[in-house]
Design a protein around this ligand. Structure first.
Ligand SMILES: Cc1cc2nc3c(=O)[nH]c(=O)nc-3n(C[C@H](O)[C@H](O)[C@H](O)COP(=O)(O)OP(=O)(O)OC[C@H]3O[C@@H](n4cnc5c(N)ncnc54)[C@H](O)[C@@H]3O)c2cc1C
Length: 467
């Protein structure tokens, strides 16, 4: 029976372990913190649980318009939030999910070794268990070691006022004025959530607009919503340092301006956990950023060593990590394998409104010089959205101008993460706009706008319509 050793028990690692067991391998997972990885313990699960509380306030904002008395004015919200209860719920959910994964792996016969693993050559993993070392000889190794928050040497997190996202759930009180450094997905999600909970938020963005790299219309819409809700968005502003003051923090920007607040969250991306664990010594090629180089079936430069998830830098998403891990095991253990198709990945930004995307983005279509047709339907025109009092959002589709095949889409709406699925199906199965347009949607429903957008594109075939 081949022995698979998985280093790292996040979604890249534990999903792979289950697949490898199913394919008949002996499987050992080495994990230094807790099963579920950063995804479960500090990143996805905690942030989305916190955002669930924030959403409650965003929904309540609609109250007066819908005829409900008693909206909490933004200034009084902080008093309504029991942050200790919120954080306790966040941590309990994360802990429970980690334990569930632990039991599931044990039930499936996966051996779990607690400790920090490192490669000793291409087919041996040595684990520092804290009390000694364990050596595991492997036929196949999967590296799924993830990443940790990037910090700035001039803004050293102290867990009290200068924070990474992993430290937010230790706060006893809601920050009065939170400065968020970094306007990527993580920065935008937390900025939106704390603003909704009643913190005053300043979002420091080094770029022209928030969410660089995302659909430009969606990013512009979200920035407008942030500003309308009272958030201060500082564009083209790069943080140089953050220090504690007597009762808060001071963030100095590279142009010399100083922003003062009660707390600062540093959300400037992650660093792969690939240093000092014997990778280069074993011949595993790393990129300049320290990510493990992999192909589309998760192979590294060393036969028998695979890698999945954030340590590969392919796409920093739990769903992609899990898919890469599964693909790696199918490949290593001789099962049918379909290479990863990054152009089909669905992703969501959990702001209010949410921004969900799938397939090719407009910037990729343009960069590659593809011909395409597109249409954007504002949510405000959708009958269900009107009834719900929703205004901010849209549905956008991209399709091939001749064949009508759906190439990608963007949904900006509350619960866009759920609404994107019909477009995901269309992209995955190369459905045409007519296939989508001819399918029934419930009346009235937000998904009606997806079918409507497809109907608009039906009439847009031919050279003239192609962008
Ligand atoms: C705030 C935030 C919110 C996010 N929200 C979402 C979301 O909503 N949806 C989504 O799809 N993605 C989200 N992501 C991204 C997602 O968290 C990552 O893509 C995902 O965690 C990657 O999984 P992974 O298995 O590669 O790594 P991880 O989840 O980081 O797991 C790696 C594991 O390896 C362990 N490890 C590391 N080195 C060693 C070693 N030497 N020996 C033993 N164990 C080791 C670590 O302890 C860790 O448990 C979010 C990220 C952040 C920061």
């Amino acid at each position: 029976m081949p022995h698979v050793v998985v280093v790292g028990g996040g979604p890249g690692g534990y999903e792979a372990a289950l697949v490898a067991r199913r394919l008949g391998a002996r499987v050992t997972v080495v994990e230094r913190h807790g099963l579920g990885g950063a995804a479960v313990l500090t990143d996805v699960v905690p942030s989305k649980t916190l955002i669930a509380t924030a959403e409650w306030f965003t929904t309540a904002e609609q109250g007066p318009e819908l005829g409900v008395r008693g909206e909490a004015p933004a200034g009084e919200r902080r008093d309504l939030v029991d942050l200790e209860a919120v954080n306790a719920r966040v941590l309990a959910l994360a802990d429970a999910q980690s334990r569930d994964i632990h039991s599931r792996l044990e039930r499936e016969g996966v051996e779990i070794v607690a400790g920090a693993g490192r490669l000793d050559g291409p087919s041996r993993v040595v684990v520092d268990t804290g009390t000694g070392t364990t050596t595991l000889d492997a036929d196949t190794v999967l590296l799924a070691v993830g990443a940790t928050p990037r910090t700035l040497p001039t803004a050293v997190p102290d867990g009290e006022r200068i924070l990474t996202w992993t430290q937010l759930y230790g706060l006893a009180e809601l920050p009065e004025k939170l400065i968020v450094v970094g306007s990527g997905v993580t920065g935008a999600e937390f900025a939106g959530a704390y603003q909704a909970l009643g913190s005053q938020v300043v979002l420091v963005s080094s770029r022209d607009r928030v969410l660089p790299g995302e659909d430009m219309d969606a990013a512009e819409l979200l920035e407008g919503v942030f500003r309308a809700r009272g958030m201060t968005v500082m564009s083209r502003s790069r943080a140089a340092s953050a220090v504690r003051t007597e009762d808060g923090v001071a963030v100095t920007l590279t142009d010399g301006r100083v922003v003062e607040g009660s707390h600062v969250l540093i959300a400037v991306g992650g660093v792969p956990s690939t240093a000092g664990i014997g990778l280069e010594e074993a011949g595993v090629r790393l990129s300049a950023s320290g990510h493990v180089e992999v192909d589309r079936v998760s192979r590294t430069s060393v036969p028998g060593v695979y890698a999945a998830g954030d340590c590969t830098g392919v796409l920093p998403l739990a769903s992609v990590a899990a898919m890469q891990g599964r693909i790696a095991m199918s490949h290593a253990l001789g099962d049918a394998v379909a290479p990863l198709k990054p152009g089909r990945v669905a992703a969501n930004i959990f702001t209010a409104p949410e921004i969900a995307t799938v397939g090719l983005s407009e910037s990729t279509l343009r960069e590659r010089g593809y011909r395409y047709v597109t249409t954007t339907l504002p949510l405000a025109r959708n009958p269900r959205a009107k009834m719900l009092g929703m205004r901010d959002g849209f549905v956008k589709l991209f399709a091939h101008p001749d064949a009508g095949v759906v190439l990608g889409g963007v949904v900006v709406a509350p619960r866009a993460s759920e609404l994107i699925f019909p477009i995901t199906l269309a992209v995955a199965h190369r459905l045409t706009v007519d296939d989508v347009a001819d399918s029934f949607t419930v009346y009235p429903s937000l998904s009606g706008s997806i079918a409507e957008a497809a109907r608009v594109l039906h009439g847009q075939s031919g050279e003239d319509a192609a962008v």
